[in-house]
Design a binder for this molecule. Structure first.
Ligand code: BES
Ligand code: ZN
Length: 644
């Protein structure tokens, strides 16, 4: 049973000292080598950070390396084995504190020596799980935990063969961000803590295992035993594993695609520009530091569009539109190899440092590959998302429109929203436009270099920005209104304005439609996915049945194979009560699990009694196929009792 909410406030706020930062100007970009934790050389610049979502006390004892040995049991839906955690005891502490959630702990031993250790698990706290305290001595080098996961572990999704594209082999996928790593590994689950790791994974020998690590296997082996290494220190939310009937296609010497055999060729075609994206990213902000960059296309239940697991982006198959129109997702997850994976948000309150920077970087990669015209379309869609998100949050949740969030006492997966992405993007673009691109790019390159393999707080970034960029131009800081962007609501008045001639052409056709032109008379020649999305989103609403039917017969939206188009069209269908699209909407909702697509449709359906009845009926069928992350969100929207 879950404890009452107020339990959350009894969790002591843990002060974590993270390695940090060149606010003093002591660190110059040139004095480090790639991969080395540079800021450690400047402890005088360290800053105290409180992570409200972790029990760990890394200031006392921190984990420096994790060694996993796990067996993957599809019948019992269980991972079981050992996690050995190598420790650094900073203060002679007598305990190491870990995060766990719904793990079955069997035994803990200490190394050197192998003696059994005394340990205890705290009371479960909603979202956070249970604090695990292990008694250690000053000579303890590592603790080894024998444990198993539960079938309902929130990070894990166990798919039956029927839930995969191929239909003949089961599949396991993990999703650790934000605080779900603790549901499959006992560890210090805070983005302010980094460790290296290795893993040995045992799977049925007709399946392949891949992880967020270098040197993933290219094909199955007869033993079903796979070994992985991550030699660079990473935060826990980047731990990832997938097991299934996977094959690989090479895209370039350092990149490729994994997917089920029936999907892999389509995926390789769709993502053919990946090597060019890597080159563009490196040209902008410095060398790619992780070795290989591969993409894993998952079964459709994957709850996100993409997840930036190091070396191996996890991606939804809903980006396989067949025309490469949704590949900005690859640019986004690739960009995280700098913003997020290299320089990491210190807590989930600083989430915009991951996602806002990444969306800015994505836009630059897209501009480099496909031109300014293209990236400006994405910028306008982003602005519209931002306005929609602010409207949706409303006055009651105005604080959630700040870039710097306050998520203490809340599940970060529910509290983090689109603001971090779109307002973050516009904030950084605003600075770019103020200081000029050349100077801004130089600043960002140095920033990624200086803080590579470290965490960053919003305050830390703010002061680095002031001392390393804004001071150069007198009066600049006052004009930029940084405080309003970081700590204030909504969209500050100095927001940049994006311009797109391609969207202006859509706006003209929208105007014709509004003044009575029939859909078949509109000039939509050569429109791409983004133009169609812009068109559908800006149609008047509600429309009459005959208007909807005319649009559908001219443009075949209901039978589109493109998830982005379907999503906005079905939203319009709900508003206009266009029942003809409902069977297709039901197929969509029962065949994909991407939360971004599910959430608006269930939300809009739930607004009327008839819509809600339909939504509940669909959800009853669909829910078992959704990942826990999506289930959590939709349970809330529909008021369904959670659990299972
Ligand atoms: N890191 C995020 C996904 C995420 C965010 C997982 C918060 C858990 C908590 C990933 O990089 C992302 O932003 N994915 C987007 C795609 C992107 C193209 C904007 C998504 O899933 O929609
Ligand atoms: Zn992202």
């Amino acid at each position: 049973m879950r404890p009452p909410m107020r339990t959350l406030y009894r969790v002591p706020a843990l002060s974590i000292s993270i390695l940090f930062i060149a606010v003093t100007g002591l660190i110059s970009a040139g004095c480090r080598t790639a991969g080395a934790p540079a800021a450690t050389a400047h402890p005088e610049a360290s800053l105290s950070v409180t992570d409200p979502h972790s029990f760990a006390r890394p200031g006392d004892v921190s984990v420096s390396h994790l060694s996993l040995d796990l067996n993957v049991d599809f019948e019992r839906r269980q991972l079981s084995g050992t996690a050995r955690l190598d420790l650094v005891n900073h203060s002679g502490a007598g305990q190491v504190i870990l995060d766990t959630r719904e793990l079955d702990i069997h035994k803990v031993t200490l190394q050197p020596g192998g003696a059994a250790a005394a340990y205890s698990l705290g009371d479960p706290v909603e979202f956070l799980g249970r604090r695990m305290s292990i008694d250690i001595t000053p000579s303890t080098r590592s603790v080894t935990i024998e444990y198993g996961t539960r079938p309902a572990a929130a990070a894990l999704q166990w798919l039956s063969a029927e839930q995969t594209a191929g239909g003949s082999h089961p599949f396991l996928l993990t999703q650790s961000e934000a605080i779900l790593a603790r549901t499959w590994i006992p560890l210090q689950d805070s983005p302010s803590i980094r460790f290296t790791w290795d893993a040995t994974v045992h799977v049925p020998n007709n399946l392949l295992a891949v992880m967020s690590a270098s040197d993933n296997p290219l094909e199955k082996n007869a033993s079903g035993v796979y070994h992985f290494e991550m030699r660079q220190p990473v935060p826990s939310y980047l731990m990832a594993l997938a097991v299934g009937d996977l094959s690989f296609r090479r895209l370039s010497p350092r990149s490729g695609v994994y997917a089920e055999p029936v999907v892999v060729d389509k995926a390789a075609w769709e993502f053919a520009d990946t090597p060019k994206m890597i080159a563009a990213a490196e040209k902008l902000y410095g060398p790619y530091r992780w070795g290989r960059y591969d993409i894993l296309v998952l079964p459709p239940s994957f709850p996100y569009g993409g997840m930036e697991n190091p070396n191996l982006t996890f991606a939804t198959p809903t980006v396989l539109a067949g025309d490469r129109s949704l590949v900005s997702l690859v640019a986004h997850e690739l960009a995280h190899s700098w913003s997020g994976n290299l320089v990491t948000n210190a807590t989930w309150n600083d989430f915009w440092l991951n996602e806002g920077f990444t969306d800015y970087f994505t836009s630059r990669i897209m501009e480099e590959l496909y031109g300014r015209e293209y990236s400006e379309m994405l910028a306008i869609l982003s602005r519209q998302d931002l306005d929609d998100q602010i409207a949706e949050l409303g006055a009651a949740h105005i604080d959630d429109t700040h870039l710097f969030l306050n998520l203490a006492g809340r599940d970060p997966d529910e509290g983090m929203n689109d603001i971090a992405y779109n307002k973050g993007y516009y904030f950084l673009r605003m600075i770019e436009e103020a200081v000029g691109r050349a100077r801004w790019d130089e600043f960002l390159r140095t920033y990624f270099d200086t803080f590579a393999f470290h965490s960053m707080t919003t305050k830390g970034f703010e002061s680095y920005l002031r001392t390393h960029l804004l001071v150069e131009t007198p009066g600049l800081e006052a004009r930029l209104n940084i405080d309003a962007w970081l700590y204030g609501p909504g969209v500050p008045p100095n927001v940049p304005v994006a311009n797109s001639a391609a969207f202006s052409r859509v706006d003209e056709q929208l105007a014709s439609f509004r003044s009575g032109a029939s859909p078949s008379a509109l000039d939509t020649h050569g429109w791409n996915t983004h133009q169609w999305v812009h068109f559908i989103r800006n149609l008047p609403t509600p429309l009459t049945q005959s208007q909807m039917a005319a649009l559908d017969s001219a443009f075949h939206f209901t039978s589109s194979g493109n998830g982005e188009i379907l999503d906005v069209w079905f939203e319009q269908a709900i508003h206009s009560d266009y029942r003809q699209a409902f069977p297709a909407m039901e197929r969509f909702l029962t065949s994909i699990g991407r939360r971004k697509f599910l959430k608006p449709l269930y939300t809009e359906l739930a607004k009327t009694p008839a819509g809600k009845e339909f939504a509940l009926a669909v959800y009853r069928k669909a829910r078992p196929g959704y990942h826990s992350v999506s289930r959590g969100t939709i349970d809330q929207i529909l008021g369904v009792e959670s659990g299972g």
